[in-house]
Design a protein around this ligand. Structure first.
Ligand code: ZN
Length: 364
């Protein structure tokens, strides 16, 4: 049965229809066009795709079991997220098997009415020189056996391109269908360029976990902002990155090369895997003040870049949905267009989440 969703604005890859209408049948978008007649005062956007979620509120991804995954689903839906990457940070090599098996189990649940787990994101342990909140003792050189035996649930790996052998590892992971991101690194501009040449396609939380831009040693930030092969993810909580730096990233890259991530952690339960954090009212931190993920939600990230960084809604939506889907090769998500999965979020005039559909099913 065809359902018709009309709205004052519909954000599509081809532009904003105002007013617009979306037809949904069998969980798929079957038509998109201009509306005639009265329409509800809301904005329809594609469901958001968050590539970096370590936890939310009081649920840590690394320790999630059983019904914790249902709670994560609810928390994600509340922020308009319809596909995501549970993210594990640096830890001992032999500690990853159990949480990755949990993530694979959660991903294999019936898809009805819940955000899709697009695959796990391993942020570490093969990082570069800037560890941030990652436990130093567990940042290690590439381990061939570990990499060879990565389970298929791993979809995204953040690594340091200054690690010896990085181009070969990046080429191998990319050939296996794993998206490679660069981050937590003091790599040179040339090392980052070599990594992009080998297939890396993303710089993880640009500006954070890397030295600032230097005009004679442009390093990772300089490569990230200037190399069209690389997209950049941004933590737009207005704590990790100044609004002006968000604007710079969008202007330098264009919206098709920017990804909004939350990098959220279980700030309320003070845990990220084995790491203890405290919440200072704005962001979670280690005892020494080092930022340790965020308490951000994707809908707030969208509002922040629109409201504080001067980014147009369509570009912000692209960064929150379309570009992250593209980086994972999910051509049928993150966009309101014919043939795409009907993952559709209705935003009110304040860009707050008013309703969510996943595969056409109303879940909020
Ligand atoms: Zn990080």
């Amino acid at each position: 049965m065809t359902e018709t969703l009309a709205a004052a604005r519909v954000v599509t890859p081809a532009g904003v229809l105002a007013p617009g209408v979306v037809e949904v049948d069998g969980g798929v978008i079957t038509a998109v066009g201009s509306a005639t007649g009265p329409v509800p005062a809301r904005t329809l956007v594609p469901g958001f795709v968050d590539l970096q979620v370590n936890g939310i509120d009081d649920v840590d991804v690394a320790g999630a079991r059983g019904t914790d995954w249902d709670r994560l689903d609810e928390l994600l839906v509340a922020q308009g997220v319809t596909a995501w990457c549970p993210t594990l940070v640096t830890n001992a090599l032999d500690s990853f098997a159990a949480p990755l098996a949990e993530i694979a189990g959660a991903a294999a649940r019936p898809p009805d009415g819940r955000p899709a787990i697009a695959g796990a994101h391993l942020e570490g342990p093969f990082l570069g020189a800037m560890h941030g909140a990652h436990p130093h003792q567990h940042v290690v050189p590439f381990d061939d056996a570990f990499l060879k035996e990565l389970p298929p649930v791993v979809r995204l790996v953040t690594l340091g391109p200054e690690q010896p052998g990085a181009p070969a590892v990046i080429a191998d992971l990319t050939n296996r269908g794993i998206t490679v991101a660069l981050g937590h690194s003091a790599a040179s501009f040339d090392e980052v360029a070599a990594a992009a040449g080998a297939g890396a396609s993303l710089v993880t939380h640009c500006f954070n976990g890397m030295p600032p831009l230097h005009h004679r040693e442009p390093g990772m930030v300089g490569a990230a902002l200037s190399d069209p092969r690389l997209a950049v993810s941004l933590i737009a909580d207005l704590v990790h990155v100044h609004p002006a730096a968000l604007t710079i990233a969008f202007r330098a890259k264009g919206a098709a090369r920017v990804v909004l991530v939350t990098d959220a952690v279980a700030w309320r339960s003070h845990t990220v895997g084995d790491i203890r954090v405290r919440f200072d009212g704005r962001a979670p931190r280690l005892a020494d003040g080092t930022l340790a993920g965020s308490a951000l939600s994707m809908d707030r990230a969208l509002r922040n870049v629109v409201g504080h960084a001067g980014i147009g809604l369509a570009d912000a939506v692209r960064a929150a949905a379309t570009t992250p889907a593209d980086l994972l090769g999910l051509a049928d998500r993150g966009r309101i267009e014919v043939g795409a999965r009907a993952d559709v979020v209705a935003l009110d005039d304040d860009l707050e989440v008013a309703a969510v559909r996943i595969g056409g099913e109303r879940v909020r």
